[in-house]
Design a protein around this ligand. Structure first.
Ligand code: ATR
Length: 269
């Protein structure tokens, strides 16, 4: 039962109605029988109100926060401290209230690393990241940590080049996307596919059965990229896996308990 001692955790974003985070975290609380100690809710927060929101967090002593689009960068300037990895990635998706001090972290990279790491070793693997925005920065950080051979493909070549240079990888524009055939693992970190099933960042003919294709976009239905990857015989990893593993990392930071994977996975659609 929720009591006056229950700690409040929440996800903020705009929009937020589609978020699966409340069901994921609350399923974990229930499985560990700590649902009287923690509750997890969702709040739509306009990016214009982020400063006031953080003031409210301090005033109400909110326990922990997950941040999603469009807050991951905007929130950073209002926190007391930012962990080194979040600084390097340049985005915060996790805030923990540590005795009144708000500290920002990033667990997105763990969400990308964990499902790949379960499938294969990453050291020396040729990994192509499509995109060079916030999600791509987390993906590139994760695979660089494991010693992968990195290629970045982006619509805007300049940002691909900057990201590749930061991690010792190679940069390509989307006009050269056919070169992705040489990669062993392909990670889609663009927002293409988020708006429905009609779009894909990667023409089907460049996907083979030897590829592992990870689409970090998730929605109600499987993305066109993953549907086509499956038709081509590739191994696929869905965006909900990233969501699950980044949430499991947050769960540990929010509660101090190891996250229960199966009950949390079962809470996904
Ligand atoms: P996020 O935080 O979700 O990564 P972002 O930082 O805005 O969001 O990055 C979005 C990424 O998707 C970028 O790499 C963007 O390419 P540009 O750098 O050229 O803007 C990519 N992207 C978005 N829409 C795209 C489209 N229609 N075609 C190709 N790439 C697209």
């Amino acid at each position: 039962m929720i009591t006056a001692k229950t700690k409040i955790c929440m996800v903020i974003g705009d929009p937020i109605e589609h978020s699966l985070s409340p069901q994921l975290h609350n399923a974990g609380y229930k499985a560990l029988h700590i649902e009287n100690q923690f509750v997890y809710v969702a709040c739509r927060v306009d990016v214009k109100n982020i400063k006031n929101f953080i003031k409210g967090v301090r005033a109400m002593n909110i326990h922990a926060i997950s941040c999603t689009v469009p807050h991951k960068i905007a929130v950073m300037q209002h926190l007391d401290e930012i962990d080194m990895v979040a600084k390097k990635i340049g985005a915060v998706n996790t805030i923990v209230n540590e005795n009144g001090k708000l500290k920002g972290y990033n667990t997105d990279w763990i969400g990308i690393l964990a499902p790949l790491d379960k499938l294969t070793t990453l050291e020396g693997k040729k990994i192509a990241v499509i995109g060079a925005g916030g999600a791509a920065r987390a993906a590139t950080y994760a695979i660089a940590r494991m010693g992968a051979d990195i290629s970045i493909y982006n619509r805007t070549f300049k940002t691909a080049k900057a990201l590749a240079e930061e991690y010792g990888g190679k940069a390509f524009s989307l006009d050269e996307i056919e070169k992705i055939k040489n990669a062993e693992i392909i990670i889609n970190a663009t927002s293409v596919g988020m708006e429905g099933k009609s779009k894909t960042p990667l023409p089907k003919e460049y996907i083979t059965k030897n590829h592992i294709v990870f689409d970090i976009v998730y929605g109600k239905d499987e993305t066109r990229l993953l549907q086509e990857a499956q038709v081509q015989g590739a191994t696929i990893i869905k965006g909900t896996d990233m969501l699950l593993y980044q949430a499991m990392a947050q769960f540990k930071m929010f509660t101090g308990h190891d996250a229960p994977e199966e009950p949390m996975r079962e809470a996904l659609p």
